[in-house]
Design a protein around this ligand. Sequence first.
Ligand code: SAH
Length: 370
Amino acid sequence: MKKKELLQSILIEQIGRSGPISLGDFISLAMTHPKYGYYVKGNPLGEEGDFITAPEISQIFGELIGAWVIDLWAKMGSPDFNFIECGPGRGTLMSDILRIGSKVPGFTERVHLRFVESSSLLRKKQEKAISSYSLGGSAKWYETVLDISVDKPCIIIGNEFIDALPIEQLKRTEQGWQQRKVDVDKGGGNKLVFCEQGVEKKLLDYLPSKTSSNEIYEVSPARDRFIKECLSVIKKHGGVCLFIDYGHTSSHHGDTLQAVKSHEYSNVLDNVGQSDITSHVDFDALSRAMSDDEDIKQEPVVTQRRFLLNLGVEYRAQVLEASVDGADAASEINSAVDRLIGIDKMGELFKVFCFHSGQNIKPFGFEGDI
Ligand code: SAH
């Protein structure tokens, strides 16, 4: 049996035993099943993988995030700190940050690197990507943020991590709120299909205050929990979180669930464990998840375009262009920057979400209109 068939048969067996499974459980299994999950395979990212991310598009992305981190660290008094990255992929972002950081006296020596990563193959790639830097202590890997024993101020970052955490889809119909689940096609053929069932009551707490009938609303207890875990971590010794992802700044209805395989959209229920299943991040819902915490300050959510322009992406591009040979290399830099900040590319869809424990932490990059 092929790998994808094995995962599909595990699902079919589970559904046969206990009925349709929630969309969230389906996504979790498809993405992180320890043997057959999507992220277990080692090459989801890059041109030869299924999708490409900002750090893989240009080194400038990681360099600017690096400058941002170094500035914060300096404002915090240059302490020893737990530098935590969630979902580091191939380790490209972190290695770009450390390359910049290694030029700043004292920085890399203060870094105690902690990665949150479910894939053991990607862990190996991350280890290799950072191997040339001598850090304050050896890097460590964890399954969740909560597993990290935090004994220092923290800087937590994540690019395209939150979109990978599972969602549920709900709809208010004449029968009341319904929840989308995954079932086996009764017509035979061992095919997976969507179905609707009465909602698990606790999911209703995650909805926005106003909703319309017969529209799909996406909620995510997993993302909510993740943000709360980050809050508890930065409250121990102070700290800041920076998450960049695609999504919207006000909760609204709409089905954003998608599967991508070899840079093409595919059916979410086909190729289980072989395609990347994600959905847009509802940043409004993430803000609600921490709104009653008075010790935490949140920066305005801005677009990736605004953030990178504030961080000086255009100047960095000019300097880099001047350092490369030939018109082709310079135009490659230009088109990479356009991909990162172009309004019709990643610039507007991607948002930057930042919160911190206040005190002497004053992140820059959030000024101006989103
Ligand atoms: N930040 C990287 C990779 C983004 S892909 C980049 O921008 O290139 C998502 C990353 O999150 C992968 O490294 C994947 O293995 C990891 N991941 C996804 N779901 C996870 C989970 N539930 N727990 C831990 N890591 C997870």
